[in-house]
Design a protein around this ligand. Structure first.
Ligand code: HEC
Length: 174
């Protein structure tokens, strides 16, 4: 009987070490989970869901075209914006997705002669970003999006002198 108890205890201890990863709580920072990094291969995303009717598919395709279209001033772009297309920001791993590896906002700042300064929080390999301000100039709560760029300087916008918001001042104030 004593031997059986000892054997069971030994089994329990071994079992604990074998299975403890299974019982870890989500707060446990020693989790054995590993980030496999960026997935390779085909995107496996970005297409329509299965089973659409012909009309629904036509809507999907028309929407995808609009989403990917690079807008210019003649299309109504401006006077302020964060980029010239939806898909520029929503691109990874396919159109409709998330921020691409290279941030298109850096090149966009000076596209077609535009005279924008790239705010410090927009970097070539950083995520695409929009900016919200904490407070209005009079101290009341803001929280709204303030577009990063203007069309000033673009060949197609002669006479536009609209200044960007002072992002560095806003950053310093937060
Ligand atoms: C400058 C980059 C940028 C551009 C351009 C942009 N988006 Fe986004 N979009 C974002 C970011 C960043 C978020 C996430 C915002 C958040 O969660 O606060 C987002 C979120 C969204 C969401 C919500 C997604 C979700 O899962 O909740 C939709 C829908 C969306 N965008 C559609 C569009 C459409 C349509 C356009 C074009 C008209 C567009 N976006 C252009 C950056 C962008």
């Amino acid at each position: 009987m004593k031997k059986l108890v000892v054997a069971l205890l030994i089994l329990a201890v071994i079992g604990f070490f074998l299975l403890r990863d299974e019982f870890q709580s989500s707060e446990d920072s020693s989790s054995a989970a590993r980030d496999p990094g960026v997935r390779g291969g085909a995107a496996g995303a970005g297409g329509p869901i299965a089973g659409l009717t012909k009309t629904e598919l036509a809507f999907f395709n028309a929407g995808t075209d609009e989403f990917a279209e690079e807008e210019g001033i003649a299309d109504g772009l401006g006077p302020t914006m964060n980029l010239g297309s939806c898909a520029g920001c929503h691109l990874h791993p396919a159109v409709g997705g998330t921020s691409p590896a290279m941030n298109p906002q850096v090149a966009f700042a000076t596209l077609n002669g535009a005279a924008n300064t790239v705010p410090s929080f927009i970097t070539p390999k950083g995520p695409v970003r929009e900016a919200r301000f904490v407070k209005n100039a009079d101290g009341t709560p803001d929280g709204g999006v303030h577009d990063l760029f203007t069309i000033a300087g673009r060949a197609a916008a002669p006479g536009c002198g609209l200044a960007q918001p002072d992002f560095e001042r806003e950053l310093a104030a937060t």
